[in-house]
Design a protein around this ligand. Structure first.
Ligand SMILES: [Zn+2]
Length: 261
């Protein structure tokens, strides 16, 4: 066992060394400071940054989060980083309809370097009205719709989701009752008020009656699943401000803590 343990830790060390070499090469080649941050910010034992591994799994763009809080994936205005481009490729693979829009810079606290305007979250699933988000948030929303909310609807209603009601996306504002800027001010958050199914049935996020078992089950599953993609999940019961919608965001916390309420 001792021998196995040693050789395994040697192998692990070798893999980390290879990863670090790849991170260094990638960072130098692309001259993108965000990759260097990913590689060296917290020491050697970090996973490789998303830019190195192009395989289309749902976790690539979920972790690690962008190194520049809320402004997308780095690169600064006018220079789209490889990670930003990969995020767009992932949106396209998922059938998400979006357009790149001009950089938003409303104040020091409010803006998006590379915003996207998203009009569907999957093929045949409209997001209405279209949402202005950073690409990471758009991708997290598409992953959530496709991996969690969509399957939850099909399981309980035997039909898919046709439309998701966007109540707020980019918005330059502070969190009510606090001095802190909302993740909406960076295009890093999406509020959802209701779902329309392909059979026309509408499910509101606002608290359902005690005997609305199917709607409650769907909303519970959709909300619980969102914690896989987002780092903040709020909704009815969290506080008065979220009584009628889900709030999902990608707030970065130093501890890596996810607030799923
Ligand atoms: Zn919100």
């Amino acid at each position: 066992m001792g021998t196995t343990g040693i050789s395994s830790s040697v192998a692990t060390g070798a893999r980390i060394a290879v990863r670090l070499a790849a991170v260094t090469a990638g960072g130098l080649a692309l001259a993108a400071c965000s990759f260097l941050d990913w590689g060296f910010m917290d020491g050697a034992a970090k996973a490789p940054p998303a830019s190195i591994d192009p395989s289309p799994t749902r976790t690539i763009f979920s972790l690690p989060r962008p190194s520049i809080p809320g402004l997308g994936l780095g690169g600064g205005p006018g220079v789209m980083s490889a990670a930003e481009r990969q995020c767009r490729a992932a949106l396209k693979r998922r059938g998400v309809q979006f357009v790149d829009i001009a950089p938003i810079r409303d104040s020091a606290a409010c803006g998006i370097d590379h915003p996207v305007k998203v009009s569907t979250l999957a093929r045949g699933v409209a997001l209405k009205p279209a949402a202005t988000l950073n690409c990471q948030a758009a991708l997290a929303a598409a992953e959530w719709l496709q991996e969690d909310a969509g399957p939850a609807a099909r399981k309980r209603y035997l039909t898919g989701i046709a439309e998701v009601r966007n109540m707020s996306s980019y918005s330059c504002r502070r969190i009510r009752g606090s001095g802190q800027w909302s993740e909406h001010s960076k295009g890093n958050a999406l509020d959802i008020g209701s779902f329309k199914l392909k059979n026309g049935h509408v499910i509101d996020v606002s608290r359902q009656g005690l005997f609305a078992m199917r709607a409650r089950g769907f909303l519970h599953a959709a909300r619980a699943g969102a914690c896989d993609e987002f780092s903040t999940v709020l909704g009815p019961g969290s506080d008065a401000d979220h009584a009628d919608h889900f709030h999902f965001d990608l707030r970065q916390r130093r501890s890596g803590y996810r607030h799923c309420d």
